[in-house]
Ligand binder design. Sequence first.
Ligand code: 13P
Length: 317
Amino acid sequence: MYHKEKFEKILFKSSLANIMRKAFEAHILVPAFNVAYLPMVKPIVEVLTELRCFGLLEVALPDIEKFGAQSFSAVKQEYGKYENKAYTRLHLDHVPVIDEDGDLVDWNVLIQEALDLGYDSVMIDGSRLGLEENIEVTKKVVKLAHAKNVPVEAELGAVYGHEKGPLPPYEELFRSGKGFTDVEEAKIFVEKTRTDWLSVAIGNVHGAISGAAKDEKKVNARLNIEHLAKIVSVTNVPIVLHGGSGIEKESVLAGIRNGVTKINIGTAIRQAYEKELWKTGRVESAQNAVKEEIRQLIVNYYGIRGSAEILGALLEK
Ligand code: 13P
């Protein structure tokens, strides 16, 4: 086994941009877990550390507005109590330019706030804009973030599911490729924006966040791996998969072999937390449920227990 203190030290001092690049080259998944409620921070950090798996904690606007993450600063503060840089970093997820309810968002202020708070990476989501507008907004965020050596994730294509109302029938969506990231546009987008990571739509959908659907089981999504491979061949950047809960295992593993480096997992751990809290009324039990769900994902589903050791060894070279 690679010496524990050694790889921990290497990861500790590596930039997130470098870690993600190595992970992309070696086809190692970096899972990213959404903090929908502040007490979820502790179990996420603890279980990643326990399993020696490098991963991200992330918070998106819906986590704050629709659930209990409170604010970017509250999450940062909570994270500061438990963080372990050898295994975890803090990412700002989904700052949309137009949100799921069709409202314009003051993205500039939010991105700046996260940068000032010291988030390790940020996401701008201009995917509801046309290509040129998305490029323009993303370029501005890249400029702001890179000035602080902070990597940027941007999105192209439509990852459905957060909007109000029912999702279009999934099979139809998958078969038609509706909203899928266009390969030629992806090439232009990455070249022009210099975004570090690209979030794509290749069959993945978000779990619902409003109405009764937010408590229901998510559809079993699949991925179009051929389409993914084409995107990777023209962009050559780490690919991000939103809507990570409930994707068929075969698809997920093939996705990782073909360039998916970061997968966002929200619904699965939020529902585990809420269900246990409703049942027992005890935050500690709910925290344990989050840990159990993540342990199950890391060990049995992704098979990435100990991934920090491999990353540490690769970063040393
Ligand atoms: P799920 O809620 O479907 O896991 O998606 C999470 C996500 O993509 C957050 O950005």
